[in-house]
Design a protein around this ligand. Structure first.
Ligand SMILES: Cc1cc2nc3c(=O)[nH]c(=O)nc-3n(C[C@H](O)[C@H](O)[C@H](O)COP(=O)(O)OP(=O)(O)OC[C@H]3O[C@@H](n4cnc5c(N)ncnc54)[C@H](O)[C@@H]3O)c2cc1C
Length: 700
């Protein structure tokens, strides 16, 4: 029976979606059957938002902001039919994994149908054991349990593994606790089955040397396509682990040790370095009430700080600046130190690597603490932020901000964020994802306001100042949590908006998927061509042919240089790009050819060749990515220039990761996933992007 729906005033993020006629639920019923369509309030409320902490401060969703309906597809054909229906009828779709996102990526409004993917739970391991194909709705924990029985692992262990799905991992471009050996999710995905917003159903395969569509969908947060199945690369389950912990005089000393470890070719799967505040609070009584990722336990390394142990949450929050100053003082006196945890697995000699790391850490001032703290961390690795509600009940709020930067900028990012918000909130940080060229730094902040309204004001201003300080100091917008709505404004000021705009036009022309997320269908005009030059850098025409950041082992280089010319310049500095052959190719042609001559990306998933770039799309829109070891902000702009034969634009400069000559990395074990040529469907989907990249008058 047809039902009449009324809607509130259009809300900025969804203006272009047509009003939905009441018969929509009937039509949904025709696709899904009555049992798998719901407009029950309990279902609507349960599917109204993700875990963005701002929502907790703002309170429950008001009745006017509930989604239109929830559906539970069981097959990709149903997802295709749903996308067609949404395009025809003009309602929006919001894909839902487990809703553990923390950035408002999933935030449906009353003209949105929620596509809950939890019934897509297929599981199939390839005959050669190289990869698993899992339904997008399979929970991470279930995936790993099933793999464990087969002696395999996917190597992806986010702290939310109990409450996040495989599709959500790929859509939000996340990172797991063992990223130091296995990489981030974008380094693991072998294949994606999806239905694009244009209605096209296709299977995309990861590859080098040709068009690779996967990096565009990974990190697109449900704005370009609905992922129905994810292929992930597999590793043997680790047979042994070698664990070591250290205490360092300062956070910066610990960072230096991590840099030396990763640039020296070691790949600890777990590498976590806690700053003094994080260290103090997580070994003090009462830390149960604090949010954040798992903390080290098993004995305090600051036994003399009894007074801190007595501080109640509220009184701490009244004077966060004083606490920070106290910890700084203790740090200077050598009484508050930073703790580093390392764990090696799936390398040929875990104990040998741990010994080498120990030698390097000791040379840099680290005091060994044995393996106890790491063991303890493993025991509590998923005891996470379910404590957050306690903080909110105590009249406080908490959130986390994770950004990544080259090693040379990491200390500035830490200092600037502390300077920007350290007086208003209790702030702590740790480094938990490392790469040869940089690392991610994870800030946790806890604050309070006298009323929910004031708390919200403070929360918003703290976020704005912290992110702006981090980005100005050289960090990307997000390393693994994604962008959603929370960081869309800041992302819009970065140089990759033209790529989001391009892919949106090509793959979701009616804008039915997740409007508002990532700033999609916000105000596209503001996203294009406004790439600000990163702080104080020279304009492109003034830049030298090559700028070397020795600390981060990054070279920012003119893309017109040949590989031989680059290698000659690097040789003098003891560095190399490590590409075999193709010496006469210009860098832009080498990138366009898909980086031939580099070792297989599956050998060392932690190293990535391209950290940043500057170019112009065929439409004339400018595109820029400042250097970062990894970023959660999708879709990946580098994929416009890599393996695409120059069809989408012109590369002007590229920031490449290089290595010291002679440094060897132990290749990851297991079978390498098979490479295939692009299918006709992939070619057709790429052609849609190519056409959309042309200036408007030349498109058809
Ligand atoms: C306690 C806690 C700890 C966390 N720890 C980590 C961590 O260690 N590492 C990390 O990376 N993240 C972490 N997160 C964030 C979050 O868990 C991840 O972003 C996770 O990948 C989201 O998965 P999900 O299935 O819950 O996705 P959701 O929250 O449901 O969705 C996330 C986004 O992806 C879209 N989406 C979901 N599924 C699909 C699909 N199949 N197709 C297309 N779009 C889709 C949604 O619309 C939304 O925009 C943590 C969150 C919490 C609450």
């Amino acid at each position: 029976m047809a039902r009449a729906y009324t809607f509130g005033a259009p809300r900025g993020t969804n203006d272009r979606v047509k009003q939905v006629p009441g018969s929509v639920t009937d039509k949904l019923g025709e696709v899904f059957g009555e049992a798998r369509v719901s407009t029950r309030l309990a279902d609507l409320d349960a599917s109204a938002r993700d875990c963005w902490p701002r929502g907790l401060i703002a309170g429950l969703p008001d009745p006017g902001s509930r989604p239109l309906a929830v559906v539970w597809p069981e097959h990709v054909e149903e997802v295709s039919a749903l996308v067609e229906l949404a395009r025809r009828e003009g309602f929006a779709l919001a894909p839902l994994g487990a809703g553990s996102g923390v950035c408002g990526g999933f935030w449906p409004d009353p003209r949105t149908v929620v596509v809950d993917l939890k019934r897509l739970t297929s599981f199939e391991v390839s005959e050669d054991g190289a990869e698993v194909r899992a339904g997008a709705g399979l929970l991470g924990w279930d995936l790993e349990q099933r793999l464990e029985k087969l002696g395999r692992t996917a190597g992806h262990f986010p702290s939310s593994i109990l409450c996040s799905t495989v599709g959500g991992w790929a859509a939000a471009r996340g990172a797991g606790q063992c990223s130091g050996r296995y990489g981030k999710i974008e380094d693991m995905v072998t294949e994606l089955e999806c239905v694009l917003g244009s209605g096209r159903h296709l299977v995309m395969r990861s590859r080098s040397g040709d068009v690779d569509l996967v990096p565009w969908l990974v990190g697109s947060e449900g704005t370009l396509g609905i992922i129905t199945r994810v292929g992930l690369r597999l590793f043997p389950a680790p047979a042994e682990r070698a664990m070591v912990a250290f205490s360092f005089p300062t956070f910066e000393d610990g960072q230096e040790a991590l840099r030396v470890i990763y640039q020296g070719g070691l790949r600890p799967a777990v590498a976590r370095l806690y700053d003094a505040v994080d260290s103090v609070l997580h070994t003090s009584k009462g830390s149960e009430d604090l949010p954040g990722e798992p903390e080290p336990r098993g004995g305090s390394w600051l036994p003399s700080l009894d007074t801190l142990e007595a501080l109640a949450l509220r009184s701490v929050l009244k004077a966060p600046g004083q606490l920070a100053r106290l910890v700084s003082l203790l740090e200077r006196q050598g009484r508050a130190r930073s703790r580093l945890l390392l764990s090696f697995e799936n390398v040929s000699d875990p104990a040998g690597q741990a010994q080498l790391a120990t030698r390097w850490c000791e040379e840099l001032g680290g005091e060994p603490l044995g393996e106890g703290p790491v063991r303890s961390w493993y025991e509590h690795r998923y005891d996470v932020s379910f404590r957050q509600s306690k903080v909110f009940r105590a009249g406080a709020f908490s959130d986390t901000m994770e950004v990544a930067a080259p090693w040379s900028k990491l200390a500035d990012v830490y200092r600037e964020v502390r300077a920007a918000i350290g007086d208003r909130v209790l702030l702590m940080a740790h480094v938990s994802h490392c790469y040869p060229d940089g690392a991610a730094i994870y800030f946790t902040f806890v604050g309070h306001g006298r009323s929910p309204e004031r708390a919200l004001l403070r929360y918003d201003s703290v976020w704005a100042d912290a992110l702006s300080a981090a980005v100005s100091a050289g960090a990307c917008v997000s390393h693994h949590h994604g962008v959603g709505r929370s960081k869309a404004g800041t992302l819009a000021e970065q140089g990759s908006g033209a790529v989001r705009d391009l892919l949106g036009r090509a793959w979701d022309p009616e804008g039915v998927l997740n409007p508002g997320t990532l700033g999609f269908r916000g105000e596209p005009a503001t996203l294009v061509g406004r790439a600000p030059l990163p702080g104080g850098e020279a304009a492109p025409h003034d830049r030298p042919l090559i700028q070397v950041d020795r600390v981060s082992q990054l070279v920012d280089v003119d893309a017109g240089l040949t590989l031989d010319e680059l290698e000659n310049l690097l040789f003098k500095q003891g560095l190399t790009l490590g590409a075999e052959g193709s010496g006469e190719l210009r860098l832009r042609d080498w990138v366009a050819a898909g980086l031939p001559g580099l070792p297989s990306r599956w050998d060392d998933p932690v190293a990535r060749p391209i950290a940043g770039l500057r170019g112009t799309l065929a439409s004339g829109a400018r595109c820029e990515l400042s250097a970062a070891p990894r970023r959660a902000e999708g879709p990946d702009a580098a994929a416009c220039f890599t393996g695409t034969g120059g069809a989408l634009g012109h590369l002007e400069r590229v920031v490449l990761a290089v290595a010291r000559r002679g440094v060897q990395v132990d290749p990851t074990p297991g079978v390498r996933p098979m490479a295939t040529a692009p299918s006709p469907d992939e070619r057709a989907a790429f052609d849609e992007v190519r056409r959309a990249s042309l200036p408007a008058r030349a498109r058809w």
